[in-house]
Design a protein around this ligand. Structure first.
Ligand code: 5GP
Length: 186
């Protein structure tokens, strides 16, 4: 029996507007995967997924990469609610050694840059061959410290967004699009 097409999913009532629709996200992630596959040909690529916001992006990106690569995870804490606390803590560290590996940090979003700045300094002490960043979203105008991501999916304005892995107090991560949360949040 042929499967019936699923009815369109309604936009979540807490979302003011959608910034990036799923097909747009998927098309860009496929492009990024192709570029990474070209750039890292013949190298020992390890993708470092940053929990929890980066997991949805990582899941799609890794399937768009056609090279052999390994995947490891870190969990950092710097945010509570809608604001950065500035202080970064490692809640979960890599399982494997980073020595001699080409590390590609896979992040959901770069905002002030404080989290990534801390993370990159931390990873460089571990003797990797290289460390680069692949971020789905970049709020470049919010930077408090200089960090550059080699791969950026989309530059977005200074608005608080959720969905596609990004949360507000652990909600909305499972939305298939990136949307701006109504002011006040839920
Ligand atoms: P940064 O240290 O660059 O200010 O912030 C990095 C982290 O803050 C991101 O990995 C993400 O978890 C969180 N963050 C920054 N901006 C947003 C946003 O607009 N929405 C959500 N949900 N999280 C954000």
């Amino acid at each position: 029996m042929a499967a019936k097409a699923a009815p369109p999913r309604p936009v979540h009532p807490d979302i003011e507007r959608i910034l990036l629709e799923e097909p747009q996200l998927q098309a860009r992630i496929k492009e990024m995967g192709r570029q990474i596959s070209r750039d890292y040909a013949g190298r020992k690529l390890t993708l470092i997924g940053i929990l929890r916001g980066g997991v949805v992006f990582l899941g799609d990106l890794m399937r768009a990469i056609t090279l052999d690569c390994s995947v490891d995870f870190m969990c950092l804490s710097s945010y509570s609610g809608k604001g950065s606390t500035g202080a970064v803590r490692v809640l979960l560290d890599l399982r494997d050694s980073a020595e001699g590996r080409d590390l590609l940090v896979v992040e959901d979003i770069v905002d002030t840059g404080l989290t990534l700045h801390y993370l990159l300094d931390n990873l460089r002490t571990r003797g990797p061959r290289s460390v680069e960043v692949c971020a789905l979203l970049d709020k470049a105008e919010c930077r408090k410290i200089e960090v550059s991501a080699k791969y950026v999916g989309f530059k977005i304005p200074n608005e608080f967004v959720v969905g596609f892995g990004l949360d507000y107090n652990e909600k909305y991560r499972n939305l298939p699009y990136v949307g701006v949360l109504r002011s006040g949040g839920k």
